[in-house]
Design a protein around this ligand. Sequence first.
Ligand code: C5P
Length: 340
Amino acid sequence: MRNSVLARKLTHERAAPTLGAVLAVVPQPVTVRVPAKVNLHLAVGDLRLDGYHELVSVFQALSVTDEVTVAATDAPGVQVYGEGAGTVPTDRRNLAWRAVLALAEHAGRRPAVRVVLRKGIPVAGGMAGGSADAAGTLVALAGLWRLDISREELAGLAAGLGSDVPFALHGGTALGTGRGESLVPVLTRHTFHWVVALDHRGLSTPDVYRELDRLRAHGSPPQRLGDVEPLLEALASGNPRQLALLLGNDLQAASVSLRPALRRTLRAGVDAGALAGMVSGSGPTCAFLCVDGDAAVRVAAELAGVGVCRTVRVASGPVPGARVVEDPRPVPPPEPLAHA
Ligand code: C5P
């Protein structure tokens, strides 16, 4: 009799574990902050046989960031909040979800996770927001699953997800070659001050590269950027006036060809007092280098008043790549998920 009471008691304890035991097996969500990028120099070579272009790119990570939270769940999927959230796919096209699948396969884990994206980086804006989300997801999941994985292994997975994903992991300022995924750090001991102007609609990166190929094949091809060395020297000097003279982007002619109104935005930023303005990556976001933080605030206010763009932000760079946030905001409750 006593034994059967004991047996019942043990069975009951197994069926209803204590709160402490539950907390021990369900890991806490992990949140990562990850930056947007601007290309200070983007020299685009010819189309390769694999459909990519050979690049020489100097990336700088800016203080315009997304937050990526991953949480263990039985109902996997992606939730997106913030500006432009409605236009971000939450299915397999979402690069953050593809990052989950890539790391799950690499680690031999089930992709039983919910990814919550809080967008601060403009969607389809040429600032690598999707790539940032993928990089953030890799770092967050590696933390959630407590994987023993090196930064180099993560960078390898990142390169498989997209050309700009390794830089979002890396952050700072870096020289990228190949598709842009092969990185070496560039030393800058200085902070540069930027204004970014967001357009009303995004531009598709493949469309912009295709337009550049078309412009190069027909009529008068746009002039190609020169050597990157002078720009690297200007970065080392920390002098924004010197850097402003050397900023350049071979994709700019193509994005302006697809979106002629960008010419007006670029002119308006310089008229407002920026040292220089250029299209960021494949656009349509424009980035304006300013002499200091106060000038950036003045340029942003004036540019916002002209009404040539949807919204204007002040930013600085370089900032670090994808990093775990120690005091994250609460995770929003799960939503009914379309799939994943
Ligand atoms: O690598 P990712 O998926 O970010 O690239 C998106 C598209 O941008 C590619 O499919 C290609 O059309 C274009 N691209 C390119 N050359 C690069 C990087 C991207 O043509 N170096």
